[in-house]
Design a protein around this ligand. Structure first.
Ligand SMILES: Nc1ncnc2c1ncn2[C@@H]1O[C@H](COP(=O)(O)OP(=O)(O)OP(=O)(O)O)[C@@H](O)[C@H]1O
Length: 363
């Protein structure tokens, strides 16, 4: 890697105010009479990926996680916001600029069977990836790549076709192919959710090992908040296109602040299990996710929230830093209200004024 001199924890990839709206195609009369509508898939998402750290992005189906990953991989143009790679703003449309970006930011998909071409061998896939990124594709390089994903001895795998491998082995080949670029960031979109429960842990352990050995910045997308606790250094929670909570994984999963994160944690049947939550959680307790064509006003979780207050339906809550752990934050009026009140009380006290009256006016 060209930049091994950078310290662990250095920022690799950042998104700020990242937004993606997909146009909805109207049919028939509606196409003539109705204003064009959009799916608010991702709104105002801010995140940072650092070297040698795994960041989990957790949320139920349709919350916008894959769209965030695809935006970060520059597979979609964004509607708004910024993406910075090593501090430089980037918007890549294709061609040579995309190739240069993809060399540094690689993506791993959920279904390794779909992402590998069934008519080609492991040797072909890895040779092609190495050549695309201008690397030597000799036997030693192929062996080294397979060694990185613990498929040894290499000759056992090199001439196999995808259907001759197990699901776990296929995903390891996909990971090896991504590593052929020698990337700085790896975007893993539900990398184990299609694998048998018994082999998920092995693949996650491999990713963790790679993160440490290669100092990779890893984005780990999952439905399963229990696996985020196990595997990720930091956890971010998304609901209906917006980020609602973030912090170190232990704090977010053990002391969730946002009512949505609390619901996710409660509905994970066994936090110790790297479970199949993602396969079955679409109707977890507490209702359904909202339509993203006309998302709820204010906090998008407010129609499902057991603590909803009038303000929750009126204004989008901002991130509030919480005091229980450094870096822990939530975008929730439960905490913003307290902060607003505290600030008002402090200001009034400084002026030597009417604390009680000001508080009453604020609530
Ligand atoms: N290409 C697209 N065109 C239109 N709408 C899209 C497109 N891709 C995603 N969406 C919509 O954007 C929203 C977010 O989808 P996304 O796939 O990012 O969510 P997710 O959290 O990754 O869900 P899952 O875990 O099921 O993959 C959904 O409402 C989805 O229907």
């Amino acid at each position: 890697m060209s930049d091994t001199a950078r310290p662990p924890g250095a920022v690799v990839l950042e998104a700020e105010g990242l937004t993606k709206h997909f146009p909805v195609r109207a049919r028939g009369r509606a196409a003539l009479t109705r204003a064009p509508r959009v799916v608010h898939a991702v709104d105002d998402v801010t995140l940072t990926l650092r070297r040698g750290r795994v960041t989990a992005l957790v949320g139920e189906s349709g919350s916008g996680k894959s769209t965030v990953a695809r935006l970060l991989a520059q597979l979609y143009p964004r509607t708004g916001g910024d993406i910075r790679l090593d501090g430089t703003s980037t918007a890549v449309k294709g061609g040579r600029a995309f190739k240069a970006y993809a060399k540094r930011v690689q993506m791993i998909f959920q279904d390794p069977f779909a992402s590998l071409n069934p008519v080609h061998t492991v040797r072909y896939h890895l040779t092609r990836a190495l050549k695309i990124h201008g690397k030597n594709a000799d036997g030693a390089s192929l062996e080294e790549l397979l060694g990185r994903v613990q498929l040894t001895p290499a000759e056992l795998y090199l001439d196999k076709y995808p259907h001759e491998l197990s699901g776990g082995q296929r995903q390891r080949v996909s990971i090896a192919r991504a590593l052929a670029a020698d990337p700085e960031a790896l975007l893993a979109d539900e990398p184990v959710s299609m694998l048998d429960v018994s082999i998920r842990l092995g693949v996650l352990n491999l990713l963790r090992d790679l993160k440490e050995r290669l100092d990779l910045a890893v984005l780990y997308i999952t439905h399963d908040i229990a696996s985020a606790r196990y595997f990720a250094d930091e956890t971010l929670v998304m609901y209906a296109g917006r980020m609602v909570e973030g912090g170190d994984s232990e704090t977010v999963t053990q002391s969730p602040a946002h009512p949505y994160t609390q619901l996710l944690v409660e509905s994970a049947p066994n936090p110790e299990r790297l479970s199949a939550v993602g396969d079955e959680d679409d109707d977890e307790d507490g209702g359904e996710p909202p339509s993203l064509i006309e998302p709820p006003s204010g906090c998008r979780f407010h129609p499902r929230c057991p603590h909803a207050m009038p303000v929750c339906g009126e204004r989008v809550p901002e991130r509030v830093e919480l005091t229980d752990a450094p870096g822990h934050w939530a975008a929730c009026w439960l905490y913003a209200e307290k902060t607003e009140k505290t600030e008002k009380t402090e200001k009034t006290a400084q002026r030597g004024g009417k604390t009680e009256e000001t508080e009453g006016a604020a609530s």
